[in-house]
Design a protein around this ligand. Structure first.
Ligand code: ZN
Length: 884
């Protein structure tokens, strides 16, 4: 399918557009309107007669009036595209019901009843992948946030908690494995050859944590003994051919279970923990109680098909979903505005876990890179929202880097200020107080305050104010005193013109230039618009290292010289601060270069200083290779653009590439030597070997930029001799950006070798879509016609188009073709899978921060999308906010 060439509406041309496009205005849901539900639903019983094309669902709800809510004689059961087959109240057919839009309203005479509703759904027609859907011949569910209402009528809100009993019947050939939440209580066969299973989940849960899976699956089975000696059976279910790639996921799961006991005192609470990998999935994975459903991408890994980064991804997501069992499931969310309660906290927990499993500083740098690459742009654009939003139209749009990653940073700051031990007292209290409840962010903050014994009154602003605070830093020296002047400014964001100062915890150290040492790290909390801190005992002006470990998610504007940055880049004992000094050195140079502030001499001088700092990194014997590789990574074009008020993506790309080439030329010998040393490290999964691969890939990138002939040769050789996916993909990435026969040969070889493995074919698409090749746009258009390309599989759609949309070199093509292509993708994908379609909008939504020519073209594409006659709520909300 060539979506690039089938515009759905004439390019925003008003004469050709539909005469009167129907204005669509989905209602806005507000946090302040929250009201408890009028009814309790303590028990749910579900019966499924499973079929790929027709599944019959009969649900019986035990309901009782909620004494804590305003009484209502009517119960609202949400539905989404469902039709009623029958309604019974207390076992008798009832006609005291009506439809309100998609919802079913049943009038109930008394205080307690039993409602039975039958519906029939077609999983094979479910392309949104929300509710019950067919993937690759099996049936599975996705209910967060509001997917359960696509299965049966139900009060589909997270504050209605029920225990579930589920009986499912289906063909034993098509669905040999029948899974659900909780414990398997009984199985049997029917006279017609079908079979059934009955599951019971003893833990009350909201409907979004319901899951069911039926299909031809095999399991990697293992077990874990909990801290109190309970034996838990662990299963990872996959397609038969994938069983050999589940080992790393299983090890990650066992490590997660142990770590959560040791670090947060959390023990698993069922005798069974199941994970299922499915190939059609909108997100990474889902924490359904006792039955996590995963995107195959975050389960399957072996050295031949997965990179070191993929291995880390599996470990992190397995941990994340497992940790939700407490932060999300045992304590859940009152409403969707509280999403960061579970997501921010769980991201922090998975980050701390990964820090403990691997290199702590490297993990910290990676997490900050993600924050700056994805969350900072969100916070400074039209979609900015606080980690606890105040309103939404479509909740799927709020599964954002702000709610997840900034949410984690906000809780991390509490931990930094409290100290680890006191913080743990706070989380213990939180789990104890709210176990079995649907809680709020406010509940969390209060538990930390009470448990850790701290005052977080002003800190609560981090939950309500959007925008990345800017901290200006100046250090003065007089006599033997160093005086630090700090000021903060929280920028205006949509709907929030005026901001109050927030408490910003900043770790800092003052280095003596001569000895290269400091007298201890300090934590200062800037909680006013401006403040001054003095430090005695400095005969000469010290060098300031600030926001060490990235103790606060802010941008720092510091008055610091190039020499001081070089000093910190070489000397700072905080690895993050060291990385930061190098980044600052590069960022400040590139900003000046892009803005045309440098003459040739100044440019050369700056490049030499940067090359010198990189040389020091290459030869520093005290660095391990993982850290060395990390330090060598240049700031991304997206992050660079973010540091400028108005960005010219073309200039940023040119200058960044030119700097890469200059470093490659200046350090050719050192890089080549480093490359050879790294290449001689045996290929395995040890930290040493992984570090070597990371350094090798970075060295290759610089060498190829500085000396393309040599780079091509090295890359081709690396490709041919690769014994693992990290090396193979690294080489292919370099070749994909160059022309020549090696590129063609390597791409062909890679495809033929892996054409049967969907996850690796995704890499093949993504590598080409994110390449630096001058013809990347044409490549992407041609790849859309590839027989293995489809918009229906989210991984595949993203592999081509998300990779392209995040490749500034392609997306920001000067003639605007990249924007048109992504707008076409949004329009083509919206009717199929609105959740995935809407995720492309933020890239176009950056238009206000881009130079005028491109900006106008981006905006025009957003307007073209807005004129489409029928947009999903998801895409409508994102496009209208982006234009608003
Ligand atoms: Zn999560």
């Amino acid at each position: 399918m060539d979506i690039a060439r089938t515009p759905s509406t004439p390019d925003g041309n008003p004469e050709l557009a539909d005469a009167a496009p129907t204005p669509q205005d989905p209602p806005t849901i507000r946090r302040e309107d929250y009201k408890p539900f009028a009814w309790l639903v303590p028990e749910v019983s579900l019966q499924f007669e499973l079929g790929l094309e027709a599944t019959r669902v009969v649900s019986t709800l035990t309901v009782a009036r909620n004494a804590k809510a305003d009484p209502s004689p009517m119960i609202r059961l949400n539905g989404d595209g469902l039709e009623v087959v029958s309604v019974k109240v207390d076992g008798e057919p009832s006609n005291s019901w009506t439809m309100d839009g998609d919802d079913l309203l049943v009038t109930l005479p008394g205080d307690a009843h039993e409602i039975t509703v039958a519906t029939e759904i077609d999983p094979s027609a479910n392309t949104q992948l929300m509710g019950l859907y067919a993937s690759d011949g099996m049936l599975c569910t996705q209910c967060e946030a509001e997917g359960f209402r696509r299965i049966t009528f139900f009060p589909d809100r997270p504050d209605v908690l029920s225990t579930y009993r589920v009986r499912m019947t289906g063909s034993a050939e098509t669905f040999p494995v029948l899974l659900c939440n909780g414990n398997l209580e009984a199985t049997g066969t029917n006279d017609d050859g079908t079979h059934w299973a009955e599951w019971h989940d003893p833990w009350p849960k909201p409907s979004y944590l319901f899951a069911l899976v039926a299909g031809q699956l095999v399991a990697n089975t293992d077990s874990f003994t909990t801290m109190n000696g309970r034996e838990v059976t662990l299963n990872i279910y996959v397609r038969e051919g994938d069983l050999g790639r589940t080992g790393h996921a299983m090890e990650s799961l066992k490590r997660s279970m142990k770590w959560d006991e040791e670090t947060f005192g959390r023990e698993y609470d069922l005798d069974l923990f199941n994970i299922v990998a499915v190939s059609d999935f909108n997100m990474g994975a889902m924490e359904n109680k006792g039955l996590n459903v995963f995107n195959t991408k975050y389960v399957l890994a072996d050295e031949d098909t997965a990179t070191d980064g993929d291995f880390d991804g599996v470990e992190g997501v397995i941990a994340h979903e497992y940790f939700h069992n407490w932060s999300g499931n045992r304590v859940t969310c009152r409403d969707w505005f509280q999403l960061s309660l579970k997501e921010g906290f769980t991201v922090l927990r998975d980050q701390l876990f990964s820090q403990d499993m691997g290199s702590e500083p490297v993990k910290r740098i990676e997490d900050v890179r993600v924050l700056r690459g994805a969350q900072f742009p969100e916070d400074s654009g039209p979609l900015a929202h606080p980690i606890r939003p105040d309103s939404y139209r479509e909740i799927s749009n709020f599964y954002t880097a702000t709610v997840y990653n900034k949410g984690a940073e906000v809780i991390r700051m509490m931990r930094t200020m409290a100290g680890e031990e006191a913080f743990r007292k706070g989380t213990d209290l939180y789990f104890e107080r709210h176990d079995g409840e649907a809680a709020t962010c406010e509940d969390f903050v209060r538990a930390i305050e009470d448990g850790a014994g701290m005052d977080l009154q002003q800190f609560r602003l981090w939950y309500s104010q959007a925008g990345t605070p800017k901290v200006s830093v100046q250090l003065e020296h007089d006599g033997d005193t160093a005086t630090l002047h700090l000021s903060q400014q929280v920028p205006a964001t949509p709907g929030q013109p005026d901001k109050q100062p927030m408490p910003i915890p900043l770790k800092l150290a003052l280095f003596d230039r001569e000895s290269g040492r400091h007298s201890g790290e300090e934590l200062v909390v800037l909680d006013k618009a401006e403040d001054t801190f003095t430090f005695g005992g400095f005969a000469s002006k010290p060098v300031l290292s600030i926001n060490r470990g990235f103790s606060a998610p802010v941008t720092i504007e510091r008055d610091i010289s190039g020499e001081e940055l070089v000093f910190l880049a070489a000397q700072d004992d905080d690895p993050f601060a060291r990385y930061e000094a190098l980044q600052d050195l590069v960022v400040s140079h590139l900003k000046q270069a892009v803005e045309g502030e440098l003459d040739d001499a100044a440019r050369t001088e700056a490049r030499n200083a940067i090359a010198g700092a990189f040389r020091a990194v290459l030869v520093d014997e005290n660095l391990d290779d993982l850290m060395r590789g990390e330090l060598l990574v240049l700031p991304s074009e997206t992050y660079l653009a973010e540091t400028m008020r108005i960005a010219d993506p073309g200039r940023i790309h040119e200058e960044r590439q030119a700097l890469r080439a200059a470093i490659g030329i200046a350090l050719e010998d050192e890089l080549a030597a480093e490359y050879q040393t790294a290449a001689s490290v045996p290929s395995d999964l040890s930290a040493e070997a992984r570090g070597a691969r990371k350094v090798k890939t970075q060295a290759l990138l610089y060498l190829a930029a500085g000396n393309p002939e040599r780079g091509r040769e090295l890359a081709w050789e690396q490709y041919r001799n690769a014994r693992n996916m990290t090396d193979r993909q690294g080489a292919l990435m370099v070749l994909a950006g160059m022309s020549g026969i090696e590129r063609t040969n390597a791409l062909l070889d890679f495809y033929n070798r892996y054409k049967g493995n969907a996850l690796v074919v995704d890499k093949w698409f993504a590598l080409q879509a994110s390449s630096m090749h001058p013809d990347v746009l044409e490549h992407v258009k041609a790849l859309a016609d590839h027989p293995q390309f489809t918009l229906r599989n989210p991984n595949r759609a993203r592999s081509l188009y998300m990779a392209f949309a995040h490749n500034p070199h392609g997306f920001h093509a000067e003639d605007g073709e990249g924007y048109r292509l992504i707008a076409d993708v949004i329009l083509a994908l919206d009717p199929i899978n609105p959740q995935t379609a809407a995720r492309f909008v933020p890239q176009l939504g950056r238009w206000r921060r881009i130079e005028p020519k491109r900006s106008a073209m981006m905006k025009a594409q957003l307007e073209r999308i807005a004129e489409a006659p029928k947009l999903s709520r998801d895409t409508y909300e994102q496009v209208s906010r982006s234009l608003g």
